[in-house]
Design a protein around this ligand. Structure first.
Ligand code: ZN
Length: 659
């Protein structure tokens, strides 16, 4: 497997004219902890250092150098706390994950106090900055202080901090209830008919010889799309939909109430309005109006698609359509049937073309071509798990190692079970500070589906946003952009996997991988479009629910969900509790889920620049220099305007929606 990676390096070395050489990772080594106690000691040391640095900053005059001094503190906090936030989600030892959670709460206490530091706020308020990016940083800083409650009367200020700390602790508990649940469902081989054998052959068995399956994404999707037995699908669907369970519903209700109280401290009508006034959307009303426009654009399509799935079900069961009800656990299954029938596409068929290591090398090579970098694997490091791989990101123009990327590819017990990037160390030109990020996914060892490859590219979009950032200050680096813009660079890349020219790149990194036949790929692209109505309608529901939970009355989440889902085409299934597993709502994305759709408008618009050639290094280079490198030191509208040479608009998004 490693040979494939070396192949990438040698190809790139030839292309970039660089001598192949062993790379080292720029920046500090990732901390390893042998025990929970070792992590705790690290936590103590970090907090001691942070407190000392804070005292220094409090004494710092509000001069031209103040902003840089503030950013130095930001960098120091990232160095000590950043890896801990990652480890609580990925470390294989539960004791260390728990110690990381405990450490996070101590950092939360420190940062919520920092947000209310009157001395720092006074200094930030006295400063005048003429340089546009410094002025923008200063403005954001003052707003962050204000939103943390620094200007509130003492009693309310104290309450704001209490709420902030409590919401963080509740959010942690929410995540932990999902991550550590280790749900196992027992199925007979007969019950797994239709599920690819490779997915369960090596799974554990119980005393009766039943196959034990978890609810991680590859397993879940294989069952939902493949199992011909409806009872099998229903059991798997219910288990996934009830992730987090009743305890999480309670946590979510408390979080909703606390956020409502928090917003009221500032005189805001709702938490959604309180949060969104700092975002591109400006207000909950504007976000909701946008969501409703999207729903309007897709609802006829959703109805047609659902009717087709119902016909497919009736045909399979040999019943008249009127006698058939399409259940929630039927949707993915019959969608997959229709896709296979109409487009001759079987997602499982792609696994043979996309072995995990070659897929990773492929995505890296695509980024290399577009953005003028090389990924060089660095071996022999002790990281949090033997599966984790380390890469130095080399800038081809200068030959310098400019960033680090860790990749944690496979599912395992106790690991975060979706796909995400931890941008735990942000770069700074001023500090000559190289960024570091960790890309965490859960792909099957027997290969990726085309959907998985799309997810991998999406996550790379976040990784390069961190890795290729070149802002003056670490506080403005890469993914620190407005929350309703942050998904755009990732969403832009998703479509790359449907481009035959892009997929040809696989040949460069894997000589033994067969090329996906062009008809299969174009059928997959058509199949991808099928189901768009249902997909967007579901996204609307998630986003509207999130805004609803954070609305003026902060309603009890489960009853709101039952009502909203009940009004959707497939209705609500009694006894299920989707919100209990909806981590976005509970944690940092609160009132921010709409951002996934909002960002898509910008992603579609950004993509227009690559219409002629998705691998164009000139356009890619400009994209890197303007959109990625600037992080949040330029507002999103400005970045897009600079890159496209015009103001952004939603034309491409609504055209894509109709395709
Ligand atoms: Zn994302």
């Amino acid at each position: 497997m490693r040979g494939l990676i070396l192949c990438v390096v040698s190809v790139c070395a030839a292309a970039g004219g660089m001598a192949a050489r062993a790379a080292t990772l720029p920046g500090p080594a990732f901390p390893t902890f042998q025990s929970a106690a070792a992590l705790q000691t690290h936590c103590d040391n970090g907090l001691t250092r942070a407190k000392a640095a804070l005292r220094g900053l409090e004494r710092h005059p509000a001069s031209d150098l103040w902003l840089a001094a503030y950013d130095d503190l930001n960098a120091l906090l990232e160095d000590w706390a950043g890896p801990i936030y990652l480890l609580s989600n990925v470390h294989p030892d539960k004791a260390i994950r728990d110690a990381a959670d405990a450490c996070e709460l101590r950092w939360q206490d420190f940062t919520s106090s920092l947000g209310q530091n009157v001395t720092l706020f006074a200094a930030a308020s006295r400063l005048r900055e003429h340089d546009p990016s410094n002025a923008l940083l200063l403005k954001t800083l003052r707003e962050d202080f204000e939103d943390a409650g620094v200007s509130l009367p003492p009693a309310q200020r104290k309450r704001a901090k209490e709420i902030n700390d409590r919401v963080t602790a509740l959010g942690q508990e929410f995540d932990r209830n999902i991550r550590d649940a280790n749900t196992q469902l027992a199925f007979s081989v007969e019950q797994l008919r239709g599920v690819p054998e490779a997915m369960w052959r090596s799974a554990k068995r119980d005393d009766q010889g039943h196959v034990l399956l978890g609810t991680d994404i590859p397993t879940y999707m294989s069952v939902m799309q493949g199992a011909t037995d409806a009872a099998t699908r229903e059991r798997m669907w219910r288990a996934k939909t009830n992730e987090g369970g009743a305890p999480n519903l309670k946590l979510l209700a408390e979080i909703g109430q606390l956020r409502k109280e928090y917003a009221a401290l500032f005189g805001a009508a709702s938490y959604a309005d309180f949060t969104l006034r700092r975002r591109m959307a400006h207000s909950a009303r504007e976000a909701q109006a946008f969501l409703d426009d999207v729903l309007k654009a897709v609802s006829a399509r959703e109805a047609t698609e659902l009717a087709e799935l119902r016909v497919a079900k009736a045909r399979e069961l040999g019943l008249p359509t009127e006698q058939v009800t399409l259940q929630r656990w039927d949707a993915s299954y019959y969608q997959e049937r229709v896709r296979r029938e109409r487009y001759a596409v079987d997602q499982e068929a792609f696994r043979a073309y996309f072995p995990p290591q070659a897929s990773l090398a492929f995505v890296m090579r695509v980024i290399e071509k577009m953005m003028g970098v090389l990924y060089v694997r660095v071996d022999g490091l002790k990281l949090w798990h033997p599966d984790v791989q380390a890469y130095a990101v080399i800038d081809t123009a200068s030959g310098q190692a400019i960033a680090t990327l860790y990749v944690d590819p496979f599912p395992r017990e106790g690991k975060y079970n979706h796909a995400a990037v931890w941008s735990y160390r942000n770069g700074s030109v001023r500090l000559k500070r190289a960024p570091q990020a960790a890309l965490v996914v859960n792909v099957a060892r027997n290969g990726l589906t085309l959907d998985d490859l799309e997810t991998l590219l999406h996550e790379f979009g976040h990784a390069v946003h961190n890795n290729l950032s070149a802002t003056r200050h670490s506080s403005q680096a890469g993914t620190s952009v407005l929350r309703d813009f942050v998904e755009a660079p990732s969403q832009m890349l998703e479509e790359w996997v449907y481009d035959p020219k892009v997929l040809q790149v696989m040949r460069e990194v894997c000589s033994t991988c067969a090329t996906v036949p062009e008809p299969l790929l174009s059928q997959a692209a058509a199949a991808k479009r099928y189901g768009k109505g249902m997909w967007y309608a579901r996204q609307w529901l998630y986003a509207a629910f999130d805004l609803g939970v954070h609305g003026p009355d902060a309603p009890e989440p489960m009853s709101l969900w039952a009502r909203m889902e009940g009004a959707s085409a497939l209705g609500h299934v009694q006894g299920t509790m989707f919100p209990a597993g909806f981590a976005h709502v509970a944690t940092g994305y609160g009132a921010g889920y709409y951002g996934y759709l909002w960002s898509e408008v910008l992603a579609s618009d950004l993509r227009t620049a690559f219409a002629a050639d998705r691998l164009d290094p000139v356009v890619g280079g400009r994209y890197r220099r303007i959109v990625l490198a600037n992080g949040s030191q330029v507002l999103p509208q400005g970045l897009v305007r600079q890159f496209l040479g015009r103001d952004t608009n939603s034309k491409a998004f609504y055209e894509d929606l109709q395709r």
